[in-house]
Design a protein around this ligand. Sequence first.
Ligand code: KG4
Ligand code: ZN
Length: 362
Amino acid sequence: MRGGLILAVESSCDETGIALVEDGRKIHSNVVASQVAMHAAAGGIVPEVAARAHLRWIVPVLDEAWDSAGVGWDDVSAVAVTEGPGLAGSLLVGINFAKTLAYVHDKPLVPVNHLEGHLYAAWLEDAAREIEEPVFPLVALIVSGGHTFLVEMRDHLTYRLLGETIDDAAGEAFDKVGRLLGLPYPGGPAIMKAAAGSKRHDVVFPRAWLGETFDFSFSGLKTAARRVIGAERGAAALPAIPSNGVTATAEEQPLPADRVAELAYGFQDSVVDVLVTKTLRAARRAGARSVVLGGGVAANRVLRDRLADGAREAGIPLVVPRPALCTDNGAMIGAAAARRWEAGARAGLDLDARPSLPLARR
Ligand code: KG4
Ligand code: ZN
C-alpha cells in the first residue's frame, strides 16, 4: 500500500482543489473551484481576493469531493496539503483547513511541494497514455504560471535541476502577451484558441536559445511581441483618426481578429519550439527512458502534440496527464503525497506556508 486513501488540499494560487486519491494513482474524486472568471475582470490575480475566494469555496469543495467519492473518513489514512510555493495568503487557507481536518479526525498531515504535485500528476491513473507509468531515468518539463524548469529524475523524489527560466515563466508570458493582444485572462487558453484559427503562419518571433544550456528566457519574446503589437495597433489607429482631430491612443485600437490569430500563432510557435527542442535534447543527453510534461501550460494542445511527435521520433515514451490534471488540482497533490507519505514525511500543527519553496537546486 502506498499511502492508502489520501485527502489532498490544494490552494496555492487561484484554484481551490480537494481530491481523494488512493495509493497516489486512483482518483476517487477531484473537485476544483476555479477563480478564473473572477480574476478575469481584474485582468490577473489579486492575491487578497484569491485568499478570500479560497475561504469562501473550500468547504463546498470538500462537501462535493465527499459526495462524488463514495468513501468516508474511516477510509482516509492521511490529509495532505500544498505548503508551497505559491501565494502566502492562498496557501495559508489550505494549510489551516487541512490542519483542522487532520486534528479533528486524528489523521497524519503530509506537506506537499506544489511543483512535485505537477510532476507526480504523471503517475495518476489516466487512460490516454502509451506506458503504464513514467520510468526512470526520466526528464520532466514543468511549465506553469509561476515556474518553468527541466529536471532529471533517476528515482522517486530525487531531482537534478537541468535548467530553469531566468526571467518569466512560460505561463506568465502567455498571460502577458494575451493581455497585449486584448484576449481575456488567462492568456494561455485564449492564445491557444486564437492561434488555432490562424490562416497564415508567417509571423516569426525570436527564440532565446541561451546556447547549449537548458535554461529558458521569455522576456525578450514578450518585448518583441509588445513592439509588434504596439506598432500594429498604432498603424491600425491611423485610418480611424476622425476628421474632428480627436485621436485615440494606440492601446485603445483593437487589432482585427485575423491578425490577433496570426500573432497568437507566432508567439505560441516560438514558446513551444524552445520548450520542445530543449526538453528532447535534455532527454537524449540524460539517456532518459521516459519524458514527463506537467504544469498548467502542459494543457496546451500544440505543446503536447509537438512534444509527443518529437518523443516518438526519439523513441522515448512521453507521459502527460490529461489537461484537467495539468492545471492546478487536488489530485496531483494526492499523487505526490503518496510518495512523501511512504518516505515518512509528516507535518505538525505548526506547519507554515513556504511561498518560495523550490523543488530542487542545481
Ligand atoms: O499550473 P497552473 O494551473 O498554476 C500555476 O501553478 O501557476 O498554471 C497556470 C498557467 C497560466 O499561466 C495559464 O495561462 C497557463 O497555465 N495555461 C496555458 C493553457 N492552459 C493554462 N498555457 C497555454 N495553453 C493552455 N491551454
Ligand atoms: Zn501549478
